[in-house]
Design a protein around this ligand. Structure first.
Ligand code: BEZ
Length: 223
């Protein structure tokens, strides 16, 4: 069976976390969630990643996004590990829950297993998987990094901004876009509709093909 991917509804699992049991769909509610997995507690890259996420938690909260970490050890281990995470990243406070998954049932169902990594007893390990889940409980974006490459949490935040912008308006975000910059009008929107949809106006870039598909407009964001 192919693994969970973009467009799929995440399974409504009951998971054990540092904040007690959490039912995934109820946790997401009407908002968004970033669910991110880690190869293990007390490992160097993961320790830096969870601290950075905690520093950015307020930014995610402003966007209506809940954070949920995953690592395979048990809750007692996570609680001990959080002390290291907070010591390493000054000013961070890990307030988001971390799922415990000693039997790997959760990471398997969420397609977060690294096929190349096993622990000393031959058990599967999570990859650095990250799903952004929308209010409809569907995966809107998924990234997959190997254990040896830490993620860029600025990029996660930027991608959330793009997902939320493009969920609301018939636009797409161009290369290296950041919140506040111009967006492009979706190619499926003909000019006569674009005129009505974007009363603020738009600029069409002149291209050698003479095709009018690269149209920039400004959308004021309210964060
Ligand atoms: C780390 O988090 O640093 C890590 C974990 C597993 C393999 C390699 C690095």
């Amino acid at each position: 069976m192919p693994g969970l991917t973009i467009g799929d509804v995440i399974p409504d699992l009951l998971v054990d976390t540092t904040h007690g049991p959490i039912q995934l769909h109820e946790f997401i509610g009407d908002g968004w969630a970033v669910m991110f997995s880690h190869p293990g507690d007390f490992t160097p890259v993961c320790t830096t990643e969870l601290g950075k996420m905690a520093l950015y938690a307020e930014e995610f909260e402003k966007r209506g996004v809940k954070l949920l970490g995953f690592s395979c050890e048990d809750v007692a281990s996570h609680v001990e590990w959080i002390k290291d995470i907070e010591a390493y990243t000054p000013g961070c406070n890990v307030k988001y829950p971390i799922v415990a998954d000693p039997n790997r049932g959760v990471i398997r169902q969420l397609n977060m297993v690294d096929p190349d990594q096993k622990d000393s007893s031959g058990e599967e390990l999570p990859s650095r998987a990250l799903h952004v889940v929308g209010p409809d409980k569907r995966i809107k974006l998924s990234i997959l990094y190997p254990a040896t490459t830490g993620r860029n949490m600025d990029e996660v935040l930027r991608a959330v901004d793009s997902l939320q912008m493009t969920a609301k308006y018939k636009v797409a975000t161009p290369v290296n876009w950041k919140l506040g910059e111009k967006v492009v009008i979706s190619p499926s929107i003909p000019n006569q509709d674009a005129d009505k949809m974007f009363p603020q106006g738009y600029e069409t870039v002149k291209l050698p093909s003479k095709k009018e598909y690269l149209r920039f407009t400004q959308i004021r964001s309210r964060l």
